[in-house]
Design a protein around this ligand. Structure first.
Ligand SMILES: NC(=O)C1=CN([C@@H]2O[C@H](COP(=O)(O)OP(=O)(O)OC[C@H]3O[C@@H](n4cnc5c(N)ncnc54)[C@H](OP(=O)(O)O)[C@@H]3O)[C@@H](O)[C@H]2O)C=CC1
Ligand SMILES: CC(=O)N[C@@H](CCC(=O)OP(=O)(O)O)C(=O)O
Length: 345
């Protein structure tokens, strides 16, 4: 049994962590922080958790967090980086769901996140927590940077193509759509029901902070520079991301072997499902599940390979992947607490 703390328990990813961990047999959640709701019983705020937790939210307190085996940071950018050093010194392990430790180039990070990084030494030691790529190093990591939701869906869809050098790495396009929970619970203007209901829009089309994260991961996969165009969109729904990915294949004869190549790349991955060629993955088929489903397409005699990749932004895109990383870090069964199928209809 491991003792776990959650900093930022009242946010969408925080309460998703609580939902998943409520049925994780190896975990005891010992503290859940919220500055604004300190003292409120967790189940009063989230009735779906009644009977699962008799804890109340508490102010973030380093002395309490240092008594944990693992701490999840489900907080905005800039919070984890200030608290991690003290936890690292105390031997606590951390999975950070924010972007504080995802980018190795801290000048790029400062440009996109609007602040100077305060703990570059820990940024250097952080492991990017995409299990399908970094499972072996995650096992030994003390600090894991959980990937962003869009970067998870986009990277998993492109990886087999880039790892095998089958496409032009300089001309990758990722067209991604997300439900509003991706924006967090702080009720930012622009994601209220009255703002997004029965509407659909692109945003960040001239540049989004996930572009450097996606570029970093795909550069590693391609073992060389990549050119990526990434455009996110906002959908009038709560959960789910669909990313339609486009890449120019170098040799059209390779189309014949793409399906088998994707299936073999992910055959042993419990949370990646390569669907039959020509399928159309639906976000409702992964809602609430720690699953990425994808499928391949080609139009007529085009030399463009099309990949559709879906995840639940709060699960495989955040809290589920964070628990997957925790399982790996503590030598538990990787699927522990994450085996429930998606919620349909
Ligand atoms: N939503 C999504 O789909 C995804 C989100 N992420 C990332 O996960 C993190 C959390 O996202 P999300 O749950 O949506 O965010 P929310 O805005 O919904 O929740 C943020 C949480 O952090 C707490 N918090 C805010 N500021 C501080 C602070 N200075 N110190 C301590 N706690 C603080 C808040 O509680 P209080 O203010 O009461 O303390 C709240 O519990 C973000 O970094 C986000 O970018 C990553 C992948 C997907
Ligand atoms: C719909 C929506 O607003 N989505 C968020 C994605 C949030 C996310 O993935 O969080 P990280 O920044 O930690 O990666 C956005 O575009 O900013």
């Amino acid at each position: 049994m491991i003792k776990v703390g959650i900093v930022g328990g009242t946010g969408y990813t925080g309460v998703e962590l609580l939902r998943i961990l409520a049925v994780h047999p190896e975990v005891q959640v010992s503290c859940i922080t919220s500055r604004s709701e300190a003292g409120m019983p967790v189940a009063d705020m989230y009735p779906n958790l009644r009977g699962h937790y008799d804890l109340a939210f508490s102010e973030p307190d380093a002395s309490v967090l240092k008594a944990c085996d693992l701490v999840f940071f489900a907080t905005p950018h800039g919070v984890a980086m200030r608290m991690v050093p003290e936890l690292m010194a105390a031997g606590v392990r951390v999975v950070d769901l924010s972007a504080d430790f995802r980018l190795k180039d801290l000048d790029v990070w400062a440009d996109w996140y609007g602040m100077q990084h305060e703990t570059p030494e820990w940024n250097e030691r952080a492991v990017y927590g995409l299990p399908e790529v970094a499972r072996e190093v995650i096992k030994e990591a003390q600090l894991v940077a959980n990937p962003g939701c869009y970067p998870t869906a986009v990277q998993l869809g492109f990886l087999p193509l880039l790892e095998n050098g089958l496409v032009d790495p300089g001309r990758l396009i990722a067209d991604a759509k997300s439900g509003a929970s991706g924006a967090g619970r702080q009720g930012k203007i622009g994601v209220l029901h009255g703002e997004i209901g029965e509407s659909f829009k692109a945003y960040g089309a001239s540049g989004h902070r996930h572009l450097p994260e996606i570029r970093q991961g795909l550069t590693d996969a391609a073992s060389g520079r990549v050119g990526v165009t990434f455009v996110p969109h906002l959908l009038p729904m709560i959960r789910g991301i669909e990313a339609t990915l486009y890449a120019e294949i170098k040799n059209t004869a390779d189309f014949e072997r793409l399906q088998e190549l994707f299936e073999s790349r992910y055959r042993d991955e419990p949370f990646v499902d390569v669907m039959p060629y020509g399928s159309h993955p639906e976000t409702r088929s992964v809602r609430g599940a720690n699953q990425c489903r994808m499928a391949l397409h080609r139009q007529e005699d085009s030399n463009i390979v099309i990949v559709s990749s879906v995840i639940d932004n709060l699960v495989k895109g955040a809290a589920g992947q964070a628990v997957q990383n925790m399982n790996i870090m503590f030598g538990m069964k990787e699927t522990q607490g994450l085996e429930a199928p998606a919620l349909l209809p």
